[in-house]
Design a protein. Structure first.
Length: 381
């Protein structure tokens, strides 16, 4: 196992961390974790040098923390840094901080959390935490040793990320979604560097875009690029090595759901290193990014020149969802995101074809036409 820097904390995490959001499930019951197999996998990873385990209140319908607590018995708890997260969406009043935190200690069968995160911060959750003075509460737990390091996980735009970094002087770390296709998404590469420059450890989540970048048989144009390379890595390893190559990355969480994933990713982590990719391999990664992008039906660059739409249609956001749903061949996820992330009054069928956007688009996209395709694809069935 390779070990890395974790900002200015002095902690040295394993390159690979165990993300416990996608533990193996029992055959025939996709809601129940196969706890025996999960135990075998997590303990095997720890025996091979993994020292960072990440969970959260909500994982596996609330069963995740108790399961991780049981897995880490028999001396395993002491061998890892344990990370879990305050469920931001459940916090309505100050008393909730204690309520959830002490329940988490119980569920995890521990008296402290090594890395405690405010979960999935966005503008609204951040404002709520500031209003409820979360730092007064957290600093008491830090002083009492129940929390060892405080951080946050993040899902919003870069400007919100910067605001949160600036909003508290004592963050030790953050957790961001980052992979070779999300370089400019949410915090992205700029956020990664910004956090690292301030001495924060940076934990990577969704390093393989939840598995979309790890398919054994990627789309033909992507596969053609891999095939050109002398290195016979699988797509998952390419994605992980791209991350470990970067000095600002502290630990890469992988949500491994089979023992085979664990073994493969341990092997990959063992040969990882900062700046270890050669020029040819870096070029392969750039070509792979382009090959994936070429699969997107709409060449929208998210510049937002088209906004505001006079009728309130969230044009770039809709194209982002549509593109991802087609590129990664995941129409069900696209439909779910369209329903959950785009309010009804901002969906594509609110377009009245005034054409104001098309005159503003630097890519000269036929936006009206694309909106029709997007809506049809994201609403059907
Ligand atoms: N704080 C937050 O808001 C937040 C959000 C998301 C995640 N997280 C944390 O970050 C962790 C990592 O994110 P993630 O679970 O999305 O990670 P990920 O590595 O992007 O996706 C995991 C999936 O990738 C595939 N995979 C992994 N290794 C593979 C291999 N060697 N070969 C083939 N496929 C492989 C598997 O997909 P298949 O099962 O389809 O084969 C696996 O389920 C989570 O487990 C969780 O702890 C936090």
């Amino acid at each position: 196992m390779q070990y890395r820097k974790f900002g200015s904390t002095g902690y040295e995490p394993s390159a690979l961390g165990f993300g416990c959001m996608r533990l193996p499930l029992l055959p025939g019951d996709d809601r129940k974790v196969d706890e025996e197999e999960a135990k075998r996998m997590v303990r095997y990873a720890i025996d091979q040098g993994v020292n960072y385990v990440d969970t959260a209140w909500s994982y596996h319908q609330g069963e995740g923390e108790p399961i991780v607590g049981r897995i880490l018995q028999d001396g395993y708890r002491e061998r890892v840094a344990l990370a879990t997260k305050m469920p931001s969406w459940l916090i309505g009043k100050r008393e909730d901080f204690d309520y959830y935190f002490f329940k988490q200690l119980e569920r995890l069968q521990t008296d402290h959390i090594d890395f405690y995160l405010l979960h999935t911060l966005n503008q609204a959750y951040w404002d709520n935490y500031v209003k409820l003075k979360v730092f007064d509460w957290a600093e008491k737990q830090l002083a009492d040793g129940r929390i060892r390091k405080l951080g946050f996980s993040f899902h919003d735009d870069l400007s919100v990320f910067e605001q949160i970094l600036n909003g508290y002087d004592h963050w030790s770390f953050c957790q961001i979604q980052y992979n070779y296709m999300d370089v400019e998404f949410q915090a992205g590469q700029r956020g990664l560097k910004m956090a690292a420059e301030r001495g924060l450890g940076v934990v990577i989540m969704e390093p393989l875009r939840g598995g979309s970048l790890a398919k054994e048989t990627p789309p033909a144009p992507v596969k053609a690029v891999w095939d050109r390379s002398d290195v016979a890595w699988k797509p998952a390893e390419w994605g992980l090595q791209w991350l470990w190559n970067q000095p600002e990355v502290s630990v890469v969480l992988s949500g491994m759901s089979t023992m085979e994933h664990v073994k493969e990713n341990l092997t990959s982590a063992g040969r990882s290193g900062v700046n270890s990719l050669c020029a040819e391999q870096c070029q392969v990664m750039k070509d792979v990014q382009q090959a994936w992008k070429g699969l997107a039906p709409v060449a929208c660059t998210h510049c937002e020149y088209c906004l505001p739409c006079p009728n309130g249609v969230q044009i770039p956001q809709i194209f982002e969802i549509y593109n991802n749903s087609v590129m990664y061949d995941n129409p069900e996820r696209g439909k779910r995101r369209y329903q959950n992330e785009i309010p009804q009054e901002s969906r594509a069928d609110n377009c009245v074809e005034c054409g104001a956007c098309e005159g503003l688009c630097p890519q000269a996209l036929t936006i009206i036409e694309y909106l029709k395709h997007a809506h049809a694809s994201l609403s059907e069935g």
